[in-house]
Design a binder for this molecule. Structure first.
Ligand code: GDP
Length: 295
């Protein structure tokens, strides 16, 4: 994928050879290809524009035409800058506290329940953790059932309280249950709605205040493009979350939401979801995402 852009930049810069010193216009021309790649990947227009401007300044500081392969140097500049903007390195989750409490937030359909299962499975197999999954969607019995199916599939206990309509109470009871039963990680799956509304925000904010989680993750469907950014902002304003989970990256999205979300809320993307199966989870690698966005 990455080669496409690399080839384009290489070609664009080679045609400039023999025309003397590289000029601002030459660089701007080649960076148009970069901007196009970013916009194609669904990166917000202003962010794409700011980004190419930054790279332009850097490129002009280096005489790209004197190198053997100017296209490759440009691609490296672009890729390094993109990686840096997405956080540079992989950021893990805080597993402190006893137990560690992880709160999931996000819209309905974003992949919260699936990801809760994936994370439980990931922690259970990789970190020898004793995990408790908690179903807090008091509006949709089907959501609790779905979590129970997931729990059975991965061999993780699911805590739910049939008939209790108070998610704050359920969360607190679940943490007490975890302590009493030797669980050191509690993952709380909350109710989402199809769009941001006040009731959902108040509810998750109340849960957040009551349990003070070590880690609050915002789960977002990478296919939702620009909408993902507004949702991220709304949740971050209320929760000041710790990290983002980008789901459904197995689809044909180029993942520009990663860059836009990171730029807007300035929180690390910690995990990605790459399928419906419990194993389809990966920690987020900014450099790999840069390759994908550039296409
Ligand atoms: P929730 O409403 O936020 O709890 O979302 P769910 O976990 O129920 O997920 C909604 C749908 O997206 C389900 O059909 C999941 O199987 C699917 N899903 C979740 N994560 C992924 C993913 O990474 N890739 C794909 N292809 N599907 C996913």
């Amino acid at each position: 994928m990455f080669n496409n852009l690399s080839d384009k930049l290489d070609k664009a810069l080679h045609t400039l050879k023999g025309h003397g010193q590289i000029t601002e216009i030459n660089v701007a021309e080649t960076l148009k290809e970069v901007r196009r790649a970013l916009l194609d990947a669904d990166v917000n227009f202003k962010i794409a524009k700011d980004f190419t401007k930054k790279v332009q300044t850097k490129a002009l500081g280096q005489n790209v035409l004197t190198t053997l392969n100017p296209g490759q140097l440009m691609v490296k500049l672009v890729k390094d800058e993109l990686t840096e903007l997405m956080g540079g390195d992989t950021v893990g989750i805080n597993l402190g506290g006893s137990p560690t409490v992880i709160l999931m937030s996000g819209l309905q359909g974003s992949g919260k329940t699936t990801f809760s299962g994936k994370l439980a499975n990931y922690l259970k197999t990789k970190k020898t953790k004793q995990v408790l999954l908690v179903g807090c969607d008091v509006y949709r019995p089907a959501a609790i059932n779905q979590l129970q199916v997931v729990g059975e599939q991965i061999g993780v206990e699911v805590y739910a309280e049939e008939g209790n309509k108070n998610p704050v109470e359920i969360s607190k009871n679940a943490i007490a249950h975890a302590k009493a039963n030797g669980k050191n990680v509690v993952i709380i799956d909350t109710a989402g709605r199809l769009a941001v509304d006040q009731e959902m925000m108040t509810e998750i904010s109340n849960i957040h205040k009551a349990i003070n989680p070590q880690e609050t993750l915002f789960v977002v469907d990478s296919m939702t493009g620009q909408d993902a950014v507004n949702t991220a902002k709304a949740f971050n304003d209320i929760l000041n979350f710790d990290g983002v989970v980008l789901t459904k990256l197995d689809g044909d999205t180029r993942g520009g939401a990663a860059l836009t979300i990171k730029s807007v809320v300035d929180k690390p993307i910690k995990f990605i979801g790459t399928g419906e199966k419990m194993e389809a989870i990966d920690v987020f690698h900014p450099d790999r995402m840069a390759d994908r966005i550039l296409g």
